[in-house]
Every structure is written in structure tokens, then in C-alpha cells.
Design a binder for this molecule. Sequence first.
Ligand code: G
Ligand code: MN
Length: 278
Amino acid sequence: MADRGRSAVSVPRAQASPFDFAVNENDHQTLSMVREAVQTRRLRLAFQPVVLSANTERIGFYEGLMRVMDPTGRVIPARDFMPAVEADELGREIDCAALTMGLNTLLRQPEVRLSINMSARSIGYPKWTAILRKALRSHPRLGERLILEITESSAMLVPEIVIAFMDSLQADGIAFALDDFGAGFTAIRYFRDFSFDILKIDGQFIRNIHRDRDNQVVAAALLAIGKQFDMLCVAESVEHPAEAQVLQALGFDCLQGYLFGVPTVTPVWLADRARVSA
Ligand code: G
Ligand code: MN
């Protein structure tokens, strides 16, 4: 990945390898596909439960994950297009759409707590702020059920700005989650100034944790950091019961992953409504 970024910037076009060309071409196509999806409103939120470790029948909150429908109606997950649009204005538009859909869900489902992903690049994007402010003006308590997830790599781009942003929104009851922790570069010293409420440990340290001694040690260390800074700790990408057992024994607060529910565009509250109206 790093090589790809470097060569795309520094290698003159004539010397770019066919691989680089294909990658750039691919990103370009992704960008137009997503742009069209935003214009024609082919965006959906998929919901995935985050369950309590002590009782996995209970849902702490849902994560709302952005999905783009391609023209043939196929559902494309955020991780397949966000890297291509993240630095573009289109990334801001996606964040605005996710926030709008998330706030609408909170309005319609008073029992749901929901997290929405955002880039630190969207902080200070006037449209994003306007969407949030407008919703909070008419429904001041909505923020108490909203969690904003910011990836570690994005938060570390502009830590001082993230700190001020969090301070300004925590008064509205909004909680913050540091997403994909361990996958980027964290300057631990910022933990003192950040006031993240939730720490989500990246799935690469969770995978096969029942068999992988390295992951046992790394996940325990990341968990210890989270606890030290009073954060609720979530393990991502839990796929097997044996992994869940180890994570429960380590003391994780919440678990998320295919084992407890795949992201779905028809969560229980919409499925119930479909049954009632059928
Ligand atoms: O970056 P973030 O953690 O917000 O991304 C979550 C992504 O991980 C989503 O695209 C979601 O579909 C995916 N995901 C959720 N649960 C699992 C899982 O158990 N295994 C894997 N491999 N991916 C998952
Ligand atoms: Mn997330």
C-alpha cells in the first residue's frame, strides 16, 4: 500500500508500471461510480450489532456502515470504495449522507443507539456540521444515542482539531469511538488529551486469537491501554465462538463481528415493520 502511494506521487506517468496505471484507473472508476450513486441516492446504511461481552444476547449499540448500490443493484461495502474517495470531496458527501441516515434512524427508533463512521477530514465541513446542528436543535436529546467513530489513522492526521471537535460535541451527549485501533500509528501521548469513550480494537489482532499467541498478547496490551484511559473496549471482527471465549476471559466489554450478526440493510426494526405491513 505504501509503495503504491509513493509511486503514484513520485513516478512520472511515462514510467508508471502497468500495475500503477491499473490501480489509478480503478480508483478513477470507483470515484465515478460512487459519485453517481451519491447523486442518484443509491446509498444505504447497513447495521451491525455490537453485543455485550457478558451477555451476548444484549446489544450495546449498532454500527451503521455505508453501502453503495451499483447500477445493477449489487451492494458494495464501504471498505471497497472509501480508500478511493476518502481524500476527495466525495468522502465528505458520503460522511454527510451517513450522518443524515443515522440521525433519521435515531429519530424513528427511540430504543436504538447507533454509531456512524466519519473521517477527521469532515470536521469543519460546513454541510456536515449543519446537518448535525439542525437535528440537535429540533431533538436536543438525540445526541445521547449517537456515537461517532473516527479511525485511528484519520484522527492522527489532525489530533488537535479532533480534540477540540470532541470537546465541542460531548456537551450534546455525543460519544466518540476510536476505530480500528492498532491498525494506524497512534502517538499514545494524545490519549491524555483525547476523550474517546470507546476503543475498537482492530480485527487483525482478534483473528484466531484462541490459537495465535501474538494476538493474545497484543490484544491484551491494547485492552490494557483502553482500560487505563477509561474507555469501553470493543473487539472487532469476532467470527468464531472460540475467539469470543478468549475475548470474554481477557475482559473486553463488547464484541462485534459476523458471529453475532453480519451488517444488514434490513435490521430487525425494518424487518418487523415489513412483516406488519405485509
Ligand atoms: O473500519 P470499520 O471497523 O468501521 O469497518 C467495519 C467493516 O468490517 C465493515 O465493512 C464490516 O462489514 C466488516 N466486518 C464486520 N464484521 C466482520 C467480521 O466478523 N469479519 C470480517 N472479516 N469483517 C467484518
Ligand atoms: Mn467503524
